[in-house]
Write a protein that binds this ligand. Structure first.
Ligand code: NCD
Ligand code: ZN
Length: 346
């Protein structure tokens, strides 16, 4: 049995860092492991201009503890009002890597998202021309669509039209959760890639609902049936270069999760690579982890692979019940339980 793993330092291609004191509390968890991360723009208010993205990047850099080397790659939040000029400004900056499509109302802080795709067609045309990736939260939002069918409905209603109308647009289908999404990306054009979270590799929807309601397993897109989880594991461990790591680590104060209307988001940054190692280990595919975690994303984004390496050891360690989160606490994935892989400090 493999006891130790050593491989190229990974990157997180989908991360929520929040802002202010909350950001300062969670940032070290990501920076202890990942060299770079694509930072989501769903702040309140959202990051909609290049100037705001540059300012947000500055706040992240200022909060980084001494001795940790970490590069935040910024994104813009698309709204009905996003202009092609803003996209060209973003592409010309060295700060903004991509723009994020949240269908209006789809998830946490998506109130200002896009109501109709046609509203952003001029911006998408500018992105296609500039080679700027579009990151999509792939869930249809109409009230009559079953929550568990929202990703599939998005593929039909929005993703296939986008692929048809913008054949040159580079698209990341973020945090995919279904066999249909995995198959679409596997068989799709080279412009289409996907990120996969640790929770969607490790859990199915029973984690939320069996034996009581477990709000800390609630994220969007919501966990699906076991056969979808298995399809995601197969995709992630296949070695296919257009599937890569994106934690979607999304911290919320414990009280906002344990509530009559608990919000969506799972915090995993405290143990992200360890959780992925567990999923790949369970699948007998530890040899595929480096490609998924450290090569495929960098290659797809056209960035150099990281020059240094990390080490993981098979070693049980107890995950704390909670971590400080600004003025409050965040409950991490597996809080109060044990993990079997541990990242070694340099
Ligand atoms: C994210 C958040 O909390 O910002 N929540 C989540 O459940 N994933 C938003 C998102 O990525 O959908
Ligand atoms: Zn997210």
């Amino acid at each position: 049995m493999t006891q130790e793993l050593e491989f190229t330092r990974p990157d997180d291609w989908h991360l929520h860092l929040r802002d202010g004191a909350e950001m300062a509390s969670v940032l070290p968890h990501t920076a202890r492991c990942f060299a770079r991360a694509i930072v989501m723009p769903n702040l309140k208010p959202p990051v909609v201009t290049t100037a705001q993205a540059i300012a947000y990047r500055g706040r992240i850099q200022a909060a980084l503890p001494a001795g940790l080397d970490f590069t935040p790659l910024m994104t813009l939040y698309l709204t009905d009002g996003t202009t092609p000029e803003e996209m060209r400004r973003a592409q010309a900056s060295d700060a903004v890597m991509a723009a994020k499509l949240y269908p209006a109302g789809a998830t946490t802080n998506a109130e200002n998202g896009v109501t109709r795709l046609e509203c952003i067609y001029p911006a998408l045309a500018a992105m296609e021309e500039a080679g700027m990736p579009l990151l999509v939260h792939g869930e249809a939002t109409a009230a009559d669509i079953d929550v568990f069918d929202r990703e599939r409905a998005f593929i039909e209603a929005s993703l296939l039209p986008l692929l048809r109308d913008f054949p040159g647009l580079r698209i990341v289908f973020e945090h995919i959760t279904t066999a249909e999404a995995a198959e679409l990306v596997r068989a799709g054009p080279p412009t289409l890639a996907a990120t996969i979270t640790p929770q969607h590799l490790l859990y199915n929807r029973n984690a939320i609902l069996a034996g009581g309601i477990h709000p800390h397993y609630y994220c969007l897109p919501v966990l699906k049936r076991e056969h979808h989880r298995q399809a995601l594991v197969a995709a992630a461990t296949s070695g296919h270069p257009r599937f890569f790591l994106g934690t979607d680590s999304a911290p919320h104060a414990v009280g906002a999760k344990e509530s009559a209307c608990g919000c969506a988001g799972i915090y995993s940054a405290h143990a992200a690579i360890e959780l992925y190692a567990e999923a790949f280990d369970q699948a007998g595919a530890l040899d595929k982890l480096e490609g998924f975690a450290s090569f495929h994303g960098a290659d797809w984004y056209g960035l150099p692979r990281n020059p240094d390496r990390i080490r993981l050891r098979r070693e049980a360690w107890p995950v704390p019940d909670s971590y400080t989160f600004g003025e409050t606490q965040v409950r991490p994935l597996r809080g109060g339980e044990t993990l079997g892989w541990r990242l070694l400090a340099e």
